[in-house]
Design a protein around this ligand. Sequence first.
Ligand SMILES: [Zn+2]
Length: 409
Amino acid sequence: MSRKLIGPFTQILTMDHLPLKGPLQDEALQIISEGGIVVENGTIRKVGAFADLQKEADNAVLEEITEPLVCLPGFIDCHTHICYAGSRAGDYAMRVAGKSYLEIAKAGGGILESVRKTRAASQKELERRMSARCERLLSEGVTTCEVKSGYALNVEDELKMLRAIHVVNKKQAIDLVPTCLAAHMPPKDFVGSPSEYLQMIASQLLPQILSEGLAKRVDIFIEDSAFATEEARPYLMQAQEMGFALTLHVDQFTPGGSFLAVELAAASADHLEASTNREVQALANSDVIAVVLPGASLGLGYPFAPARKLLDHGAALAISTDWNPGSAPMGDLLMQAAVLGAAEKLTTAETLSGVTFRAAAALELTDRGVLTKGKIADFIGFPCEDYREILYQQGKLKPDLIWKAGETA
Ligand SMILES: [Zn+2]
């Protein structure tokens, strides 16, 4: 049994005692000045005043902090596509020359370009590329990251992607949460309708994923260029019956998909750039976490999702990068959350909640996202004396120290 006391931190933001849904004022943040954290076997045992913990925990090994550090829960990026090969710099050039996302997709670029390159890559190559991205994420304070398949769109290579995610999750310190997105879009080479493709995935891919233990979540892209609500519903219901949790790409360019996420009690509805008041209200009245993806707006030059409106209506708002080779190649969660917060007038408490415990809820993880007894000891220290410095510097202030399960990473 290894017990250690880490501190003193100038401030600890526990993100504890905050509601899952709705607006938040900074005054509601629990801030422990000159705080410490007692960690035992990778789990938080106690968070409190450093001086008190020092007296109590006399058999603990002291891991002393000698610089001003503001401590937060490790960030959670709850929506990414970081398992891919190749670059889409060509798409970018077309886009800034005036072609729309849908025009590029219809011309055979877009997602299908990544599909060609990811199918051609070996599992080892995918692992290597993903590992480098995981190392960068962890260095920027992301201790848990969701990763989707969806750049293969056939049984064999979707399995290759999920196996690569599985291997990298074992090797890297960061925790990865895998999701099957074989329903990213109908593949060009499948003979049959979109519904028949989804039936094939449900009967041939999902059972294999279960038997290998590769993912517990299923995602789909509901959009004009991908799948219609009526095509998605039977597939998602079948996945749910098999025991998969659901998450949906909805309302990115055209509204309406959110209603299916609510109807099926999905864990999260992601994108929402095109959500109208009707979708916002439906999400707010449900337990579905609203995940907004500022990186996709920045990448495409589109307006942000209505984050302020979602919160004001009472929704649970999480913020994620959507890191992917096409629309969101940046993958910097803190920078994107800070920029979204400035544009949408989110309080510091709302923005930080969106990348910690509310993002954990989007992944249905109850063991992280707050710093309190019993949670995984994932936390990060920023070199400043006031927590407001972090978003104020718009992502340029990075954490100096990162602890994953109590160990410095
Ligand atoms: Zn996405």
